[in-house]
Design a protein around this ligand. Sequence first.
Ligand SMILES: NC(=O)c1ccc[n+]([C@@H]2O[C@H](COP(=O)([O-])OP(=O)(O)OC[C@H]3O[C@@H](n4cnc5c(N)ncnc54)[C@H](O)[C@@H]3O)[C@@H](O)[C@H]2O)c1
Length: 333
Amino acid sequence: MIVVKLRKGEPRITWHPDRQVNAGEAFRKLGTRISGVDQLSLILNHEEAKTPISHFYTETLTMDVPGIALITGAASGIGRACAHTFARDGASGIALLDLDKTALETVQAEINSQLSPDKTPRCRVEIYPVNVTDENRVNEVIQSAAQTFGRLDYVVNAAGIAMKHQGGAAFVETSDWQRIVDINLTGTFFVLRAAARIMLTQEPIRSSIDGRPLQRGSIVNFSSIQGVAGIPLSTAYTATKHAVIGLTRTASEDYAKDGLRVNAICPGYTETPMTTKSPLVLQAMQERVATAVPMQRMGEPREIADGVVYLSGGRSSFVTGTALFVDGGYTQR
Ligand SMILES: NC(=O)c1ccc[n+]([C@@H]2O[C@H](COP(=O)([O-])OP(=O)(O)OC[C@H]3O[C@@H](n4cnc5c(N)ncnc54)[C@H](O)[C@@H]3O)[C@@H](O)[C@H]2O)c1
């Protein structure tokens, strides 16, 4: 049994959580009562460890995401990094969605192997193989995840593909155009729609830091620097990433007053399998990065994940309908 005591002079509360409950969940329950506390005692198997409260904030509360996250494209690259960041920052449950079941199992195992300071799993992680273009399957999986976890607080629409069209817009194959639109735009819409229907019916989550009610739900869609700029030979991709910003803006207007936030993240060149698996693509990208990106480097997936988790959690409670550029300065040039 874990006993959590909150102290400032006198113990204010003693709580006996179930061992399964992780630190994020504990703080969600305790959130309203911990302000003004400067030290926590965790008594685990009769051994008491006094921990300055600042350590707990650093460890679990940085972006105030104690709820349940659902991430598409979670098997690779930025989606995978988002899963790790949510787990580290205190999410109590994570639903991982992707086409690739085996890679999802790997990400699930990675997160399960990173234990909390009390040696328990950081959070519950479930995997859901799904193609985001399959409307019925998306509806079914999102319902199922919401039932399994009890609610959905943060939805991250990271599934996506990129493709170059030789010869540019005049020579794009209709099948390539359709495939990219189906995954990057229609898939994002299917996930947003299914998640929003659930989020609109749930009570707002409370901040794990100060207990104030936050949003009913927060959705982060993946656009790109190509959501506002054209890049050669990227007809379909660029069109879908512009459209994702439009989808984000209109949906954010629909539900801002209801406490459902919808934002877009716009990564710059980021090192993931999407950009590094082809040596030719990588070389072209590195040349461009050297001249077009003020920071003169590619981003790391975890740097994009930090932006996603910020937009998801309590730190961005007054932010909706925005597009956050995490691009090493690319779009200011
Ligand atoms: N890497 C970059 O430089 C960069 C820049 C800007 C935007 N983005 C965007 O970030 C998001 C993540 O990209 P990444 O770089 O991590 O790519 P990635 O290829 O590493 O990961 C994408 C994931 O999406 C999954 N996926 C693809 N089609 C799917 C479908 N139909 N249904 C379910 N899952 C599907 C893939 O299996 C893969 O696991 C994408 O939307 C991408 O457009 C990436």
